[in-house]
Design a protein around this ligand. Sequence first.
Ligand code: ADP
Ligand code: MG
Length: 337
Amino acid sequence: LRMIRFDAVTKQFPDGTTAVDDLSLTAPTGRITVLVGPSGCGKTTSLRMVNRMIEPTRGTITLDGQDTARMDEAELRRGIGYVIQHAGLFPHRTVLDNIGTVPRLLGWDRKRTRERSRELLERVGLAPELADRYPSQLSGGQQQRVGVARALAADPPVMLMDEPFSAVDPVVREQLQDEFLRLQGELGKTILFVTHDIDEAIKLGDQVAVLRVGGRLAQLAEPAYLLAHPADDFVADFVGRDRGYRALQFQEAPRLPLRSEPTIVLGERPGGRDAAWLLVVDDDRRPLGWVEPARVGDREVTEGDLHRGGTVAREHGSLRGALDAALSSPSRRGVVV
Ligand code: ADP
Ligand code: MG
């Protein structure tokens, strides 16, 4: 059970609120699909419909073609890990017992459950000494790690993650995001990740679904494409507002003379960190990703140099010019010629 598919899914609550409206999307196997949008746009409701905590009013959700409405409870529990908002740990259970929740429900014996829980503690970067603490004795970041470990315990192929890193401070959040990406690189789960933070969506998503209040899908695209080609004003504002600047329309920029090598245009890395980043596009001007200027130098950019995400400021006539301008700008970013 890996690929998740929403097919014309609508959720209307009894009080008449439409939380999700005719949502169709596919979360491909082994990739991170991010649902992003303002508060109340139906992100949590969408997740909860996947593991059947909420039943859709209309439409179907399938896991590898199997209708979730017809799957049995144990199969869903085994197949789907769920990281809830604010970690949601059981306060009266130790860290190790929290991690072992699902294995216990699945009837694993004590020894196997404890061994698996200890292994996961290490996997998510927590010291073994924390095993017997209670959630209140952990920092916010540590609690989130326990939440991730708990969701991973039965090794489910699918993970639902509801704002798992939103409650921690920005420095820890960035650390958790980096560790999460590294872990996902090893595990290759099919992940549906919810956040209201566009920077987080851009950083983590292989694809990003932007939802608007009322639960309608505004755009589904790869991060760099989303930034360069927002489908409408809502997406452009959402992408721009939280980022503190507005992405320029990519297609309006003039063609560069550089043709035989990857074209590099000056951009800004998602998150607006204090550094210059260069966006790399292919011959059809589709963004490929961004690179750090320090890694470019005089050599050709390789796949290994590319990160995902990035947005366009304005193009430069040459790579050298872009680099020089980027590096000499006082803010070291967003340079325009
Ligand atoms: P998000 O996670 O994007 O902030 P939610 O999925 O929690 O949004 O909620 C989407 C909309 O559905 C909101 O307007 C919310 O108030 C409403 N909603 C959520 N749960 C219920 C419920 N049980 N009954 C009625 N309305 C609900
Ligand atoms: Mg929510």
